[in-house]
Design a protein around this ligand. Structure first.
Ligand SMILES: [Fe+2]
Length: 233
């Protein structure tokens, strides 16, 4: 038997599968006991992407879908490091993001929110981490949107993140939030995360990351395992 590479997840830092306040979790959560991933699958390395597989604008959401101008809204830079359970950088790993536009609307047929689409904004991007595990996106601050979970329900501003890390067993899908958002206190998805771990999903405003006369900066580190692991959404 090979020795485990990944330590077990700290499930006390993640939201329960069934969180009735988050209505969709009632139908999405498993009703039968889980089948643990076989160790040889969990610890299998994910495919490695090369820089050649990505387009030069893939991490610039303000330009990667522009048709006839710039997207509307507040330009922001979102950056941070991807770290493993020992705090070591996870290098050359794919980070994917998707988000609503500044008006709170996704480019998706299921999104019929009465807010305008932006012809110059798709809301999807990806990049590889560098040697320090750092990723960086230029984007537009996403708007809040209504989601029908309960009367007058609005999602806080957020950006969806997907990561694999180095192994299938370190896959993480989560959401990044913004500091000081009053909707966080009312959001069943955010509130479904154990209280001690919630702050790990809130980005930090950074004047050092902020680009003068151009874009505000936010820092958001992602830890794939260990005592400081980033919760799933
Ligand atoms: Fe969303």
């Amino acid at each position: 038997m090979t020795s485990p590479i990944l330590t077990p997840r700290d499930w006390a830092s993640h939201p329960p599968y069934l969180s009735p306040g988050y209505r969709s979790s009632i139908s999405r959560s498993p009703s039968l006991p889980l089948i643990p991933l076989k160790e040889n699958l969990r610890n299998r390395r994910v495919p490695v992407y090369g820089a050649d597989d990505l387009g030069t604008l893939d991490n610039d959401l303000t330009r990667n879908a522009a048709k006839n101008g710039e997207p509307l809204g507040e330009r922001i830079i979102v950056t941070g490091r991807v770290l493993d359970e020992g705090g070591r950088p996870v290098r050359n790993t794919l980070v994917e993001v998707w988000q609503a536009n500044a008006a709170g609307r996704y480019v998706h047929k299921a999104d019929q929110h009465d807010a305008p689409l932006d012809p110059n904004f798709l809301g999807a991007g990806r990049c590889l981490t560098d040697n320090e595990g750092r990723y960086r996106f230029m984007t537009i601050k996403p708007g809040a949107y209504p989601w029908g979970n309960h009367p007058n329900a609005w999602r806080p501003n957020h950006i969806h993140f997907s990561l694999f890390g180095e192994y299938f067993g370190s896959r993480l899908v989560t959401q990044m939030y913004f500091p000081g958002d009053p909707l966080l206190d009312l959001d069943p998805i955010y509130q479904g995360i154990p209280e001690h771990a919630r702050h790990r999903l809130v980005s930090r405003f950074s004047i050092d990351t902020t680009q003068e006369n151009y874009a505000l900066g936010y820092e958001f580190d992602i830890v794939l395992r260990g005592p400081d692991q980033t919760p799933t959404e």
